[in-house]
Design a protein around this ligand. Structure first.
Ligand code: URA
Length: 438
């Protein structure tokens, strides 16, 4: 095969054969194609797009570049969730043990945060002792025994994606539906779950800014998942404001785990509870453990309120050597001691914000990464106390910012204040679940 002919064909909008796509991915991974030609190929895809079957072939080629976990011995139906990422999104930490308590097996491979979005792995590292690296056999054994496990994705999972993503990042080819689809699905399929539910975030804090973009990505993800025999569903959720109250690492982990306590459901932020329940209910329904959405939701609430999910959470974290102290209110996690209060400058209604800016305010405090290799301060964060549609009076606390130094807190507070919009007239609250696809 000839890479020039393949680039030329894609540039002119021709459909590539499975052999051509497989060959390009294999050759690039083996260093037989240089980065400049791969970059040209990716840009041709960016302009011309890919058909459903091309996207599926690209996903398969990236999946075959690495290992594939065998989930057949987990002792129950396997299911996973993928979120396209947002601010304050700590759902995986509640969802995995909750789904396990409903009878599912959840082998979850997670990533680190970058830019304005947080990563589940970083949040888990706020738990003293928690091991994010282990071999596949131990990972699957914990999942079988405890119902769930969450570890970092090793280099052996879809390594072609790691190399292609790094190139996309520096060639302005990240925002491309077939490339995003192949990237997400090659990693999700490698972890082997039979059911995959996608939380497709939509809004100013998300990758997909509007529902039309989100729908085209959802259709591509569903088509690829179904082509590989997976049961799929997509929930579209709002990301025009942070999810829940806590933003940061240790304090998001704390919010998530506290919520799982049997009495925590009613005290936790309502949006976090609703989204978590809806996603787990979709996993339960799609996996065949309930026949309707209502039945699935009842199963999920029972698992939560009975304390079964909390028991699962404690057992899973302990199995990964994490040390939680269930008798302490802070569960033994460390949060920065300074709590700086940002207050409302005037009476009014919260009308909107650029949610990305809230995540970037964290980066200013050293609690989010600008580059993958940056160290993180897991103890810094904030409680973001208002939502769009809330009425506030001058002097009300809008956010409580936790970090080691007052000057950092003031900088973050100013950034948040600049992005918050206020209105003198009432503003409606935002819908959380914007749509569904299954
Ligand atoms: N997440 C991924 O894993 N890959 C992309 O390309 C975009 C988001």
């Amino acid at each position: 095969m000839n890479i020039l002919e393949i680039i030329e064909a894609k540039k002119r909008g021709s459909e590539l054969s499975p052999e051509q796509i497989g060959w390009v991915v294999r050759s690039f991974t083996d260093d037989a194609i240089p980065e400049y030609q791969m970059a040209a190929f990716l840009m041709a895809i960016w302009f011309q797009g890919m058909t459903e079957s091309e996207t599926s072939e690209l996903t398969g080629a990236m999946l075959r570049s690495g290992e594939h976990l065998d989930t057949s011995g987990l002792g129950g139906p396997s299911a996973d969730k993928h979120s396209t990422g947002g601010v304050g999104d700590k759902v995986s930490l509640l969802l995995a043990p909750l789904a396990a308590a409903c009878g599912l097996r959840v082998p979850m491979l997670s990533g680190r945060g970058l830019g304005h979005t947080g990563g589940t792995l970083d949040k888990l590292e706020a738990i003293p002792g928690y091991r994010i690296h282990m071999d596949n056999a131990e990972f699957l054994a914990i999942t079988a025994r405890q119902g769930c496990a969450i570890i970092g994705q090793s280099d052996s999972i879809a390594p072609a994606d790691g190399r292609i993503y790094a190139l996309r990042d520096v060639t302005a080819t990240v925002d491309c539906v077939p490339l995003i689809t192949a990237s997400i699905m090659s990693k999700k399929l490698a972890a082997g779950p039979a059911t995959i539910v996608i939380d497709l975030k939509c809004g100013s804090g998300a990758f997909m800014r509007n529902l039309d973009q989100a729908r085209s990505l959802a259709s591509a993800l569903m088509a690829v998942g179904q082509a590989y025999g997976r049961r799929m569903a997509v929930l579209f959720s709002d990301m025009d404001q942070p999810l829940g109250v806590a933003v940061g690492h240790a304090n998001e982990t704390l919010e998530a785990l506290r919520a799982l306590r049997p009495d925590g459901r009613l005290q936790a932020p309502a949006d976090l509870v609703t989204l978590t329940e809806e996603l787990v209910a979709e996993m339960v329904r799609v996996a065949g453990l309930a026949s309707t959405g209502e039945e699935a939701l009842a199963v999920v609430r029972q698992a939560w309120e009975s304390g079964a999910a909390w028991e699962r959470a404690l057992a899973w974290v302990a199995a990964q050597a994490g040390r939680l102290d269930p008798d302490r209110d802070d569960l033994g996690l460390e949060i920065a001691p300074l709590a700086y209060e940002l207050t409302a400058p005037a009476d009014g209604w919260v009308a909107g914000m650029d949610c990305r800016e809230v995540g970037l305010a964290l980066a200013d405090m050293g609690a989010a990464r600008k580059r993958v290799e940056d160290p993180l301060d897991l103890t810094s964060g904030m409680d973001f106390l208002v939502s769009i549609g809330d009425k506030v009076a001058k002097g009300d606390v809008l956010a409580r910012i936790f970090c080691p130094r007052r000057d950092q807190a003031e900088t973050a507070a100013q950034r948040i204040l600049r992005t918050l919009e206020f209105s003198e007239a009432a503003v409606p609250a935002r819908e959380l679940i914007l749509d569904r696809m299954f």
